[in-house]
Design a protein around this ligand. Structure first.
Ligand SMILES: Cc1cc2nc3c(=O)[nH]c(=O)nc-3n(C[C@H](O)[C@H](O)[C@H](O)COP(=O)(O)OP(=O)(O)OC[C@H]3O[C@@H](n4cnc5c(N)ncnc54)[C@H](O)[C@@H]3O)c2cc1C
Length: 381
């Protein structure tokens, strides 16, 4: 299916990425899972290689290769260990947001360093009472002379503590509907009054750092306001669209890995003196896994292609996210079944694929919320 979306150059570029990842990530992909640590040095190398900047022009250290390359890179990293990709994702989202909505000063100061991998980024929206309903945020950033004073708490934040730069969505006008009273700021790690806690672990994504951010009278200069004041909600919706394509590609990376591993295992495992690939029930599983995976990839590459053409792609990104995450979970379950008892052990990566896949039906907007977005668009017609 790649031939529909890739140019000859894309195939060459994929080989280059595969060579890089074979050297830098493949040898440590299991170690990351066991030690529960994504080396920050790896993210820096990924940045240096240009894998954080496919959507960013060369002027700001990007490669400007576009959305199809972004999907391809994300799949390739996620095939090996999706926790690495999930650690990279906030860097992709923050850099895209800074590039689209930031001013020249912010691009020089923050964007270039994120894209090159020198600084790690984090995207901070969710709060105790604002999960699916992002308009429910309560964190405030109120003006004080040339500064804003931040107060509030964010939870479930990826790269909490690891990141140097945090894009934080806050209310700048508490008297109006949050959709027209929200703004986004860059908060630097170490700013007085900004504290980070890690009160829980995660089911999967071993190595991803996730935690709670607390802002207690944190003073932020107005130079850190991204875009116009009170336009944060529109900025967030644009960021979400990129996030959904990225997360879909991460799901597809998991599905690709499960299918590859399952085919290899089934071709070697014998029962009743026959390879298990001789059994029709196993063949049907493989056929259905491959078909669903292709459908998820078509949806994802289709949404990326629309984005590349400058067309609207919000509905397609939601379709890709809802379908690719459901598919990754189903494929991971089928993979475990093909592996039998081995699939349930920590000796093989199948259990990791399943734990990791489940995240994507929740993070970046749950599947229920994706379906609400799709239905809203469909019912307009
Ligand atoms: C590992 C991990 C990493 C994350 N990283 C980040 C991050 O970096 N930055 C960040 O800001 N957030 C992050 N999140 C938060 C994530 O985006 C939210 O968890 C997600 O949006 C869901 O919000 P919630 O957990 O509050 O669930 P809730 O909104 O409480 O939803 C609970 C259930 O109700 C359903 N539901 C809610 N509203 C509706 C509705 N209107 N119709 C039908 N069903 C509905 C949901 O689909 C879900 O099944 C992360 C979460 C996890 C688990």
């Amino acid at each position: 299916m790649e031939k529909i979306f890739y140019t000859k150059k894309d195939f060459e570029y994929r080989n280059e990425i595969r060579d890089f990842l074979a050297k830098e990530l493949d040898p440590i992909k299991e170690e990351i899972n066991i030690k529960k640590e994504v080396p920050v040095e790896l993210i820096r190398k990924i940045g240096k290689k240009g894998l954080i900047g496919p959507l960013i022009p060369e002027k700001y250290n990007g490669t400007n290769k576009g959305f199809i390359s972004h999907v391809m890179i994300t799949e390739e990293i996620s095939k090996l260990n999706v926790a690495v990709s999930v650690t990279r994702t906030p860097c992709i989202l923050d850099s895209y947001t800074l590039y689209r909505f930031g001013n020249e000063f912010q691009k020089e100061k923050f964007l270039k360093k994120i894209v090159s991998g020198e600084k790690i980024a984090s995207i901070c929206v969710t709060e105790e009472e604002a999960g699916s309903n992002v308009a429910g945020i309560k964190t405030t950033a109120l003006k004080d002379g040339n500064d804003y004073i931040l107060n509030g708490t964010k939870k479930f934040i990826t790269n909490a503590g690891l990141a140097d730069y945090y894009l934080v969505w806050c209310l700048t006008d508490t008297k109006v509907n949050p959709r027209v009273g929200m703004s986004v700021f860059v908060v630097e790690k170490g700013t007085p009054g900004f504290e980070i806690e890690h009160p829980y672990g995660l089911l999967g994504l071993n190595g991803v750092v996730n935690g709670v951010l607390k802002f207690n009278n944190v003073r932020i200069p107005k130079e850190n306001l991204i875009g116009e004041e009170n336009k944060g909600y529109q900025i967030l919706m644009s960021t979400f669209n990129i996030e959904r394509i990225t997360l879909s590609s991460e799901c597809n990376g998991i599905s690709l890995a499960v299918l590859n591993d399952s085919k290899k295992y089934a071709r070697e495992r014998k029962q009743f003196e026959r390879l298990i690939t001789d059994f029709q029930l196993i063949k049907i599983k493989i056929a259905e896994m491959a078909t669903k995976m292709n459908a998820a990839r078509y949806l994802t590459y289709g949404a990326a292609k629309l984005a590349m053409l400058g067309e609207k792609f919000a509905k397609e990104a939601s379709m890709a996210k809802a379908f690719a995450s459901k598919t990754a979970v189903e494929i991971a379950l089928d993979g475990i079944q093909i592996y039998g008892g081995n699939g349930y052990t920590t000796l093989y990566p199948m259990e990791r694929y399943l734990r990791d896949a489940k995240f994507f039906q929740i993070g970046g907007g749950t599947s229920e919320i994706q379906n609400l977005i799709i239905a809203k668009e469909e019912l307009k017609k």
